[in-house]
Design a binder for this molecule. Structure first.
Ligand code: GDP
Length: 306
């Protein structure tokens, strides 16, 4: 939590302090409510969620009484946490499937998808590190075969964390790499296979064909348990446009919001979750190997309101 607070330090000025100052004004008139809504939108919360939050605050009877900054903070905290929905299941489905009905045991399979540059490969590497530290055995699949550097980068992560990396020749069919990775992982009896995919968004059909195929081929040997969509928090509302495209192509099961350390607009967490109806499961808080954390709504809101 301390780390989250310091990493989000740049968000604090925008959302937390600004809102608290407005909310603790003597008179909450129409103009003030508009300012509150504008502040929320400026923090990338999105117009819908911002309007919803203002509506909830306006009808909250405790807002009408005398307020101190502490009271305002408590109210805002409550409403922001509710908006992020603390009841969503944010656990990662990465545990091995036991043998059943004559079928042998098989690894959980997670695909990591997103536009190039969002932090996909880094996230895959960091996630492997977290899983290995938690006692899982992991195989990595470098299905981004269009950039040799991406496979090298992933393999370096693999060597660092102790995970075998399956890779194909440059330009090989990404789906064949995914197939091999699942096959290899099953043969080795590992817990989890993490597949890093390519994210060229030049044509939606191309992407759809490719990611759909990767998923179908991986599913030939079982199920794909997680499809984690990596979004760069610093791209703000543009990230939402990307998110929509990916959600149409594959069934996204969780969002990873990277570079949250580099933006003053933490509200994107709310916007993207509302947009996709899928929980933010992990957040990237830096470039280092330990800078991937499970998303905790309460800790996040506390950091925002510091
Ligand atoms: P990919 O093309 O989507 O696979 O992106 P990469 O994994 O190569 O990452 C692109 C850049 O973003 C690299 O310089 C990473 O170090 C950086 N990066 C990834 N995640 C984070 C993060 O959470 N915070 C910051 N500040 N940088 C990150």
């Amino acid at each position: 939590l301390v780390r989250l607070r310091s990493r989000l330090s740049r968000s604090q000025g925008t959302l937390g302090q600004g809102l608290l100052k407005l909310l603790s004004r003597d008179k909450l008139d129409e103009a003030t409510w508009e300012e509150i809504e504008d502040t929320l939108i400026a923090a990338d919360l999105g117009v819908g969620p911002a309007t919803e939050l203002v509506g909830r605050l306006r009808t909250n009877t405790r807002v009408q009484g005398s307020r101190t900054v502490d009271e305002a903070r408590a109210l805002l905290r409550e409403e922001l946490i509710a908006l992020i929905d603390p009841t969503l299941d944010r656990s990662l489905k990465v545990a091995k499937h036991p043998a059943a009905d004559g079928a042998p045991e098989r690894p959980a399979v997670a695909m990591v998808v997103g536009v190039n540059g969002t932090g996909k490969t880094t996230t895959t590497g960091k996630l492997a590190r977290v899983l290995v530290a938690d006692g899982y055995t992991v195989v990595l699949g470098a299905a981004d075969t269009f950039r040799a550097a991406a496979a090298d980068q992933l393999q370096t992560w693999g060597q660092r964390v102790g995970a075998y990396t399956v890779r194909g020749a440059e330009g090989a069919d990404p789906a064949s790499v995914a197939f091999e990775a699942v096959k290899e992982g099953t043969g080795m009896g590992v817990d989890t296979v993490l597949i890093d995919t390519a994210g060229r968004l030049h044509t939606k059909t191309g992407l759809m064909d490719e990611l759909g195929k990767v998923k179908r081929v991986a599913e030939k040997q079982g199920t794909v348990d997680e499809v984690l969509l990596v979004l760069d928090a610093t791209t703000g509302q543009n990230g939402l446009v990307q998110a929509r495209v990916f959600a149409e192509v594959v069934d996204v099961t969780g969002i990873v919001l990277t570079k949250l350390d580099g933006t003053a607009k933490g509200g994107i967490v709310v916007a993207v979750q509302k947009e996709l109806g899928v929980p933010v499961k992990l957040v990237g808080l830096g470039e280092g190997p330990d800078d991937l954390a499970p998303f905790d709504p309460e800790a996040f809101v506390d950091a925002l309101l510091q």
